[in-house]
Design a protein around this ligand. Structure first.
Ligand code: SAM
Length: 340
């Protein structure tokens, strides 16, 4: 299918874990191994073997050719490199928390975005990382320990049950929300699925094993329930998570993401939130990776171009990354403060 074909073309993205190394050091290590450093570029359609380049949008991301297998690489084993698809690195950058701040990662496991947030604040402040699924939370604990994160408090339970007025969360200013979604944007290769999408397979009650091959991935993709009923119930949950996040008294930035390409889980959710919550507005394009050119679908935003401009979309068949969506809400009184 087109999806599986697209998947094979996705470059191997490598997030440099700045708790353990720097982008320059990682590049030097690749060069020592015989890689050639190439200029960053937009067109990633034909990357030569053993080449490495910086990503043009994200400063902690490297781009290697699609068939690079780094699972046995010493820098992966040591936690210096994290194998994470490009689009899934957007939310933490959009969140862009201040050092020392308190953050909630509401649906956090297996923790790729949690460890990214932790790296961005250089292990300062506090990150409360919730997940409903204990086994997945255990995985988060393992992965964030391996990554050298020291500012994460993993918490088992439903984010929706967390009391926003609990004094523990009185200082929380940033919330990153990456709730369960249809996963319709995921087209990664086999090894990406293991790193980034294991949760997805599990959530859908599939036990995913690395060696099971493309056919199995294909069948997972095919089994995605994209029916209206399922999308409606996912959207209901996603809206509830955002609304709950907005109840935290000091929340000033709420970042919402999905790995879905369906407007029902993306632009429509944003519209519902804006219509029902007067305290928050959408941050402008400058808050959300302004250099990324693909924005929301105007026709799904009731023709509101500003709204569409403010949110991010990725298109799996054209952008060399999984399908993804990110929106950034700002508390009205915080708008001026965060844009200066
Ligand atoms: N943010 C994660 C990452 O980057 O590694 C991926 C999160 S995954 C898309 C969604 C997660 O939400 C799943 O781990 C699921 O167990 C969790 N979840 C579902 N309902 C939840 C709830 N009510 N409260 C907290 N977590 C929930």
């Amino acid at each position: 299918s087109q999806k599986v074909k697209d998947a094979v073309l996705i470059p191997r993205y490598v997030r440099v874990n700045e708790h353990k190394t720097t982008v320059d050091k990682a590049i030097q290590a690749f060069i020592k191994e015989g890689y050639t450093l190439e200029e960053p570029r937009d067109d990633l359609s034909s990357l030569s073997k053993l080449t490495v380049r910086r990503d043009i949008h994200l400063n902690d991301l490297l781009v290697l050719p699609p068939n690079s297998d780094l699972h046995d690489h010493p820098m992966y084993i040591s936690g210096e490199l994290i194998l994470q698809d490009k689009a899934s690195c957007f939310p933490a950058h959009v969140c862009n928390p201040a050092k020392g701040s308190h953050i909630i990662d509401a649906c956090a496991a297996p923790g790729n975005k949690t460890s990214h947030l932790s790296a961005l604040v250089r292990n300062t402040g506090k990150i409360f990382a919730f997940d409903l699924d204990m086994r997945r939370l255990d995985l988060l604990k393992r992965l964030t320990n391996k990554a050298g994160c020291k500012n994460i408090t993993p918490l088992h339970g439903s984010f929706l049950e967390v009391d926003p007025n609990d004094p523990k969360y009185a200082q929380v200013e940033y919330l990153l929300l990456d709730p369960s979604c249809s996963g319709s944007g995921i087209i990664s290769r086999l090894d990406h699925l293991v790193d980034d999408g294991m949760y997805r397979a599990r959530t859908m009650n599939h036990t995913f094993k690395r060696k099971q091959g493309l056919n199995h991935i294909h069948s997972i993709l095919e089994q995605e329930a994209n029916g209206t009923e399922r999308l409606d119930s996912l959207a209901e949950f996603q809206i509830a998570v955002i609304q709950h996040a907005m109840k935290f008294p000091k929340a000033k930035k709420v970042v919402y993401s999905t790995c879905s390409i369906h407007p029902q889980e993306n632009e429509h959710v944003v519209k519902t939130i804006l219509a029902s919550n007067e305290d928050f507005v959408l941050g402008s394009r400058s808050e959300a990776i302004p250099t990324w050119s693909r924005r929301g679908l105007v026709e799904e935003c009731n023709g509101d171009k500003d709204m569409a401009e403010s949110v991010i979309r990725t298109n799996p068949s054209e952008d060399y990354t999984n399908g993804f969506f990110v929106a950034c809400f700002l508390r009205k009184e915080a708008t001026t403060e965060t844009t200066t």
